[in-house]
Write a protein that binds this ligand. Structure first.
Ligand SMILES: [Ca+2]
Ligand SMILES: [Ca+2]
Ligand SMILES: [Ca+2]
Length: 172
């Protein structure tokens, strides 16, 4: 964990209007300073939703420390799977990433996921979309597991249970 003073400096720079809290626009422009331009606004909202513990809609310094660690961890993860250092994740890099996370998924699944998250049509996935893909996959998997009580990889759910499952995952 980096020291607090250093991180507080970053927090103050991200908090452009000096309000003491980071809003969606401030976070997006801070994250867009890297190679990933512009940072996917859906991913920004997703991250604010995860770390806004006091439900103010913004990120204070305490929440920022957790968020910073989260982004740094994802960045390290992303870099370690970006074997050719291209700055993005192609299909075979994604396959080895998700296999390492414990997912067993078919070629067909990877083709669909690549189509959905390859937003720039470059046959590879950028950092922001990679976070979104992994978080969505985690959330859908845990929602599935909740219903898969005997853990055989099959569930039987009603129409309404299906709707609830999907809405819980996709609405942040
Ligand atoms: Ca602010
Ligand atoms: Ca907050
Ligand atoms: Ca790559």
């Amino acid at each position: 964990m980096p020291n607090q003073g250093w991180l507080y400096d970053i927090f103050r720079r991200v908090d452009r209007d000096g309000s003491g809290a980071i809003n969606t626009n401030e976070l997006q422009s801070a994250l867009s300073n890297g190679t990933w331009k512009p940072f996917n606004p859906e991913t920004v909202r997703l991250m604010i939703g995860m770390f806004d513990r006091d439900h103010t809609g913004t990120i204070n310094f305490q929440e920022f420390q957790q968020l910073w660690k989260y982004v740094t961890d994802w960045l390290n993860c992303f870099r370690s799977f970006d074997r050719d250092n291209s700055g993005n994740i192609d299909k075979s890099e994604l396959q080895s990433a998700l296999t390492t996370f414990g997912y067993r998924l078919s070629e067909n699944f990877y083709n669909i996921v690549m189509r959905k998250f390859d937003r720039n049509n470059q046959n590879s996935i950028n950092f922001d979309d990679f976070i979104q893909l992994c978080v969505t996959l985690q959330q859908l998997t845990s929602a599935f597991r909740y219903h898969d009580t005997d853990q055989d990889g099959w569930i039987r759910i009603s129409y309404e249970e299906f709707l609830i499952l999907v809405f819980n995952v996709t609405s942040h």
